[in-house]
Write a protein of this length. Sequence first.
Length: 318
Amino acid sequence: MHVIKYSPPLDGLRAICILFTLFNHIAGVPAFIQGTVGVDVFFPLSGFLITGILLSNNWNDLRGYYIRRLFRIAPVYYLALAATLILALVTHRLALGESKLDQIQMMLVQSVLFSRELSDAPTLFGQAWTVGIEEKFYLAWPVLFLLLKKDRARLVFLGVLLIALALIAKRDFLRGYGGIAFGCTASILYFRHGLFIRTSYALVLAVAAYVACYYTQWNLLIALASALLIPSLYATESAASRFLSHKTMVFLGRLTFSLYMFHVMVFAFAKLALKRLGADDWYFVFMAGYSASVLTAWLVYRFFESPLIARGKRLARA
């Protein structure tokens, strides 16, 4: 049995992946920068870590788990949702750009219920689709994990889930839940049986998957390669893990959730300001938007997210 430990390289990996997501929301980025693949690393990372927690010695604390998850996700999520709605209304009132009032009506109920992935609204608060998928995983997987009891049954369930998703689910569901299932499987194989591949091999597979996605848009290949890379970064020291463990990478990795939730609105304002200056090329938008997004994320993390995470941990222990 094991106790899952904090892994700095995995925070560094988050810092790399969020860059792709940021690029995905900038017009004019070169085609070889595939912004959509960033979230396809976050999905197996969530599956790996949550399953690792569930596999920890004598784990049976459902109450504490749900309290920690609630305080980890909900406050920042609802703060970002409120900010998005307020800015959309202000933008409409001041006629600063395209009105989003129709999208508010389309996405509001689903977004409040952590189900943005079920809304047909095209852009407003669109980044929250991944949070909706992960929240349902956070809620359901611990219960299923305890009910299934044996690792073999859990692996069979994950395999059946992947097959079912491939046959009947829409693409985003397959990317989300399929990627999570890869991460859960990798976690069981690593923590129970010590199975993982060398980091160098996993990186080669990740690069190959990235190239394949450029031609095929099979983003699930990135999730599969990431599920192989994550346990190797967790388990062994390498040049890649040392780079990802650098204090700057770890710092940026800790800001990832706030950065993810707030970057869309920050980039929108950065683009609007730069357009007025006649300097709205994609690289200027990225530099200004990324700097402003990191500052925003740090403020949210320092004064809102981190204190509430600590409070959730205290309540979970009570």
